[in-house]
Design a protein around this ligand. Sequence first.
Ligand SMILES: Cc1cc2nc3c(=O)[nH]c(=O)nc-3n(C[C@H](O)[C@H](O)[C@H](O)COP(=O)(O)O)c2cc1C
Length: 191
Amino acid sequence: MSDLTFLAISGSLRRSSHNTGLLRAVQNLAPHGVTIDLYEGLGRLPFFNEDLEDGPEPAAVADLCRRVREADGILIATPEYNSAIPGVLMNALDWLSRPTGMHALCHKPVAVLGASPSQFGTARGQLVLRQILHRIQAPVVAHPEVTVFQSHRRFDADGAFNGDPVTEGLLRDLLAELAVLAELHSPAHAL
Ligand SMILES: Cc1cc2nc3c(=O)[nH]c(=O)nc-3n(C[C@H](O)[C@H](O)[C@H](O)COP(=O)(O)O)c2cc1C
């Protein structure tokens, strides 16, 4: 397996976010040869507005799109808001879906995961996210589905993961599957 770089995007701006904590845990579980960078610019993105597409690309948008293009795969940890995904994450996905056909997420392998204090662990939000990613032609890891339920039992008040071994096993499996998908979609594989 060649060396791979993944970009991890949390859909939460909250300081002690369980979803950001989940991605920090994933960083610590990266197998040999895999580097995982955490994207922390979600809150700096302007609201998507088609009028902005007529002018110079906003710097925060250019940075996000460049980092997504350069990555071999993307991890998106989403909170569940009102049985869907947070607006800040949807805003980023809207930017990443433009211009259609040449957008940064086009054919970019993605793994989704999420944490919620509820019994469902973002299952409904992840379904919404998968549907959006399907629409914008990003191949998504099908299995495992990492729905971290009762997250308040697995993260402390600062959002640090407690090392629950079942969750860790799922995260390792998810990373392995994303690596397989990333290899399949790598330019070298296409030759
Ligand atoms: C506007 C809003 C809507 C929410 N809706 C849901 C929901 O539909 N399902 C759910 O499980 N949790 C819901 N929650 C609770 C979040 O899952 C919880 O705040 C979670 O910790 C957010 O993720 P974070 O810790 O990464 O910020 C909602 C929270 C907010 C602020």
